[in-house]
Design a protein around this ligand. Structure first.
Ligand code: PLP
Length: 370
């Protein structure tokens, strides 16, 4: 055996996305202790930078030491108590995963279903809230990575608030790529991932809880049924203040990477990052449409960072993707679930949302398509 040296790819799938050299070099800095005062200083800065990314002043804003799925579980395991009714919107793979979480933690899932490739319909959420006045939570995905559809966070949160429900929002694919305003839109609990529009390594999950959500966690009548994800315990380490206690060994170097990628987002300015993603989407769209390739999602609810397109008729899905990978070092995403074999997912996330990469992808597709 030898050291592992991965090929240098251009990552234009559903994540992970390309990582900027500044972030890669941050990962290689010397490891220090997770209770070292210098490390704690960096943790505090990371929390501030995450607040900026989420557009929130929530004190409880921190990265969970595990991938996006753990951020999802952190929200559900802390906020759902046995017997709680939770309205969950399903318009793709990740809404389904939320339902799994609700049921595993003893909640009752009330499903609001929308077709794959469409946004969650706020009127259906309103109807579900009216039909279930005892519901405690409304949960939904902002940016459905399996389809490329974007849902209206502000509208759904407003409905949930009117019916006295907390909201849990999946922002794994949205954070840093499209407009997201946690405080202004009234989101109560939210989670994301670092490997999409933040262009950092996979394996960390930023979360943010407002006071109302934290109150629910603190006043549970039963213990949180996960030791590792119990926020009452995690906050002894991440909560701030002079006294930090060991909870688990933080992924020190991965957090250097997150600090660097968030710093880059701050330097660029979040509105500029949102605009860059939108502009790159326009460029990709123009090129794909010239090739006769059609989008799955209507323009009004289309995500710029996750472009789902119908595979042209007669084209061999697996062969094209493997040719792109092997001959061009270019990864594009396959369809997931109901869309497997029918759809490609072209990601323009974070550092991948650059003009030279869009043009490269268009040129490569042009060459390999029959
Ligand atoms: N939610 C959404 C919308 C996602 O796209 C993903 C991953 O692609 C996840 C949750 C799970 O994140 P992870 O794969 O980092 O566990």
């Amino acid at each position: 055996m030898q050291s592992f040296n991965p090929p240098v790819r251009t990552l234009m799938g559903p994540g992970p996305s390309d990582i900027h050299p500044r972030v890669l070099s941050a990962l290689a800095r010397p490891t220090i202790g997770h209770l070292d005062p210098e490390f704690i200083r960096m943790m505090d800065e990371t929390k501030e930078l995450l607040k900026y990314a989420f557009q929130t002043t929530n004190e409880l804003t921190m990265p969970v030491s595990a991938p996006g799925s753990a951020g999802m579980e952190t929200c559900f395991v802390n906020l759902v108590e046995p017997g709680d009714k939770v309205i969950v919107c399903i318009n793709g793979v990740f809404g389904n995963r939320m339902k799994e979480n609700i049921e595993r933690f003893g909640g009752e899932a009330i499903v609001v279903a929308d077709d794959w490739g469409t946004a969650v319909t706020p009127e259906k959420v309103e109807a579900a809230c009216q039909a279930n006045p005892d519901a405690k939570i409304v949960a939904f995905v902002h940016a459905e990575t399996s389809t490329g559809a974007c849902s209206d966070v502000a509208a759904i949160c407003q409905i949930a608030q009117k019916h006295d429900c907390l909201t849990i929002v999946d922002a794994v694919t949205s954070l840093g790529g499209i407009e997201l305003k946690v405080d202004e839109w009234g989101v109560d609990a939210i989670y994301s991932g670092t490997q999409k529009c933040l262009s950092c390594v996979p394996g960390l999950s930023p979360i943010s809880f407002n006071e109302k959500a934290l109150e629910k966690v603190k006043n549970r009548s039963s213990k949180v049924p996960s030791w590792f994800l119990d926020l009452n315990l995690v906050l002894g380490y991440w909560g701030g203040g002079a006294k930090r206690a060991y909870h688990h060994t933080a992924p020190v170097n991965a957090l250097y990477g997150l600090h660097e990628s968030l710093l880059m987002l701050k330097e660029e300015g979040i509105e500029n990052a949102w605009k860059r993603h939108a502009d790159m989407h326009q460029q990709l769209k123009t090129g794909l449409e010239k090739m006769g390739i059609k989008f799955v999602v209507d323009e009004a609810s289309r995500l710029p960072q996750l472009n789902s397109v119908w595979i042209p008729q007669g084209v061999d899905d697996a062969k094209i993707r493997s040719t792109l990978l092997n001959e061009y070092n270019l990864e594009i995403g396959a369809g997931l679930g109901d869309f497997a074999g029918k759809v490609w997912r072209i990601g323009l996330m974070g550092d991948t949302a650059r003009k030279e990469k869009v043009l490269f992808c268009l040129a490569a597709l042009n060459e390999v398509l029959p």
